[in-house]
Design a protein around this ligand. Structure first.
Ligand SMILES: Cc1cc2nc3c(=O)[nH]c(=O)nc-3n(C[C@H](O)[C@H](O)[C@H](O)COP(=O)(O)OP(=O)(O)OC[C@H]3O[C@@H](n4cnc5c(N)ncnc54)[C@H](O)[C@@H]3O)c2cc1C
Length: 395
């Protein structure tokens, strides 16, 4: 049977848009069907995404070679994507980790330090007094050391990155359909994808629907992910705070335990014209198993108790924020059973999945998209592409 497309990608988010761009350079006959960002989040009843924001930390300092490699390969291509699309999304503000002095090989920071040598990363170690001198805007535990990646680190604007990827995909011949997919069916010889009452056919489908991959009948069997609630707190900055925090790097502060950490984005201008410093953590334990529950979360302002807790941590680490209005927003992080993203086929040889950002995939989304494209063209991922690590787990 003649099909409409060789490949349909479901979801035009961070990974799906990147996959579409990469595929556009490999084959023709590609279509991406994705829901665009709702204009009114609080009244929207449908799917949402984890990239509706203006800043995500980017860095290569990581305790895991797979994640570090994905980030490095993506960073290598940021400049090219910006130049070709004419859309700027990367700010090289640097990235600082601060925490208890690392013991090589032990804990997150110790493992990351070891790996940074293996990967020849340019990471400066700052002892407690150097950390205080270099970053006087922070008031941290006086015992803490710093691990500072000045270059090839900072933040990306996830909305702008998706726009850039989509623009390049479309100019490379990809058909873009702005719609929500409500079913994906393997018909034996091809796949049928239904969106907004219309059915599209393809030889293969790549489902890249983020935290919404298990909803709307996109996969033959659910993929093993935990869609976890995340709350972010925003401090609205005035001129006084801008003078204090304007040149800070993206920052991740560890507590005494690896899991007690907060991440802080430097001041960024938002679409409402205001400048915010954003802060988040991973205190929230709630997760969502239905579209209705996830939707209800996205229509809220996040967890207000967590917002207050984040604000308290921020004021302790950055007393100069005192007096700034604080607001909050919801998001979801999609955790996999393997702690790696999933990129692989389902039981159907025609339907594959690409999801599982594990809270850290914005910076690496271009490489993850490339892997999705390789999967669609080659049918599998080799060792150099971490095919084994990325094998999806289904329920
Ligand atoms: C609060 C927060 C902070 C984060 N901070 C960082 C950070 O600092 N650094 C970092 O690297 N990462 C960070 N992340 C993680 C990063 O944002 C995600 O890993 C990334 O967005 C995942 O990309 P994705 O393409 O899998 O999902 P998404 O970006 O969510 O894209 C999925 C797309 O699929 C679409 N979709 C879903 N269902 C359907 C359907 N049925 N039909 C059509 N389209 C559909 C959605 O509309 C969406 O556009 C953060 C995440 C959160 C929540």
């Amino acid at each position: 049977m003649a099909v409409d497309f060789k490949v349909i990608i479901v979801g035009c988010g961070m990974m799906g848009a990147a996959a579409a761009r990469h595929l556009s350079g490999m084959i023709d006959g590609v279509c991406v069907i994705g829901s665009s960002e709702p204009v009114e989040r609080k009244t929207h009843h449908g799917v949402f995404a984890s990239h509706y924001d203006e800043a995500r930390i980017t860095r290569t300092f990581d305790d895991n070679i797979v994640w570090g490699t994905f980030a490095a390969r993506s960073l290598d291509r940021y400049a090219e994507i910006e130049a070709k699309s004419g859309i700027s999304f990367y700010t090289e503000a640097g990235c600082l980790f601060a925490g208890p002095t690392a013991v090589p090989g032990q804990g997150y920071l110790g493992r990351a330090l070891e790996l940074s040598t293996r990967m020849s990363l340019d990471v400066e170690t700052l002892d407690a007094s150097a950390l205080r001198d270099r970053f006087p805007q922070f008031s941290l535990n006086p015992q803490f050391s710093g691990y500072y990646e000045k270059r090839r680190a900072g933040h990306v604007n996830p909305r702008a990155l998706v726009r850039a990827q989509t623009k390049l995909a479309v100019s490379g011949g990809v058909t873009l359909v702005d719609a929500t997919v409500t079913s994906v069916r393997d018909e034996g010889t091809h796949v049928a994808v239904t969106a907004a009452g219309q059915t599209y056919t393809a030889e293969k489908v790549l489902v890249a629907a983020g935290g919404f991959s298990n909803f709307n009948g996109l996969l033959p069997a659910p993929v093993d992910i935990r869609v976890a609630a995340r709350t972010v707190a925003f401090f609205e900055l005035g001129e006084r705070e801008m003078a204090l925090f304007g040149d800070m790097p993206s920052t991740i502060i560890f507590g005494d335990r690896d899991e007690d950490h907060v991440y802080i984005l430097p001041p960024v201008r938002y679409p409402d014209g205001k400048t915010y410093l954003k802060l988040g953590g991973d205190l929230e334990a709630r997760s969502f198993a239905t579209l209705e529950d996830a939707g209800q979360w996205f229509r809220s302002d996040g967890d207000l108790a967590e917002r207050d807790q984040l604000a308290a941590v921020a004021l302790q680490a950055m007393p100069g924020l005192s007096g700034c209005p604080v607001t909050s927003a919801p998001c979801v992080a999609t955790f996999t059973a393997t702690s790696y993203p999933y990129a692989g086929f389902t039981d159907s040889p025609r339907i594959a999945v690409l999801t599982g950002g594990n809270f850290v995939a914005a910076k690496s989304s271009d490489e993850l998209g490339r892997l999705g494209a390789v999967l669609m063209t080659q049918g599998w991922l080799g060792e150099e592409d971490f095919g084994r690590e990325l094998t999806p787990v289904f329920l």
